[in-house]
Design a binder for this molecule. Structure first.
Ligand code: CA2
Length: 147
């Protein structure tokens, strides 16, 4: 079991709008509903959640660096930066903390530009397409990896 009992859940750009637009794609739940879902799920296994969202790529990079000292693992929905960001790939590679990539929608069933993840090869695995349950599935995978 890892030393820290905190899991960092990171959310990238536009995910603050969850529940307010495009409910057909992303569901009706808000980001604070997702935060509660994560806290409730993790507490059953004795983990605490540090839940954050940023629209800034640089802030996400800084939080990944921080994860090395504050978290046992990271569940990461990087939003559109998934498909574009070499900086996030490099930050994940630079830390020893395991990171699970997650997506609410099935990115492989959507536009071509969402089929590529620049982060995936730096992560321990990827969860995609299960609505907001993708968050708890990512936590399940991460906790299983840590134990
Ligand atoms: O399916 C996912 O979780 C995504 O990471 C969501 C990103 C998208 O760019 C990725 O390809 C897949 C977009 C997040 C935008 O979230 C919104 C939520 C509500 C309304 C508008 C955008």
């Amino acid at each position: 079991m890892a030393q820290s009992n905190t899991i960092l859940v990171l959310n990238g750009p536009n995910l603050n709008l969850l529940g307010q637009r495009e409910p057909g794609v992303y569901g009706a739940g808000t980001l604070s509903d997702v935060e509660k879902l994560c806290r409730d799920y993790a507490s059953k296994s004795g983990f605490e959640i540090d839940f954050r969202q940023s629209n800034s790529e640089g802030e996400l990079v800084t939080w990944l660096h921080e994860a090395e000292t504050v978290a046992a693992g990271v569940a990461f929905n990087a939003g559109a930066y998934t498909h574009t960001s070499i900086a996030l790939h490099d930050a994940i590679k630079a830390i020893s903390t395991p990171v699970v990539e997650l997506h609410i929608s099935n990115v492989h069933a959507r536009e071509e530009f969402r089929h590529t993840s620049i982060m995936a090869s730096a992560c321990i695995g990827q969860i995609s397409g299960f609505g907001t349950a993708s968050y708890t599935l990512a936590l399940q995978a991460l906790i299983g990896h840590l134990k």
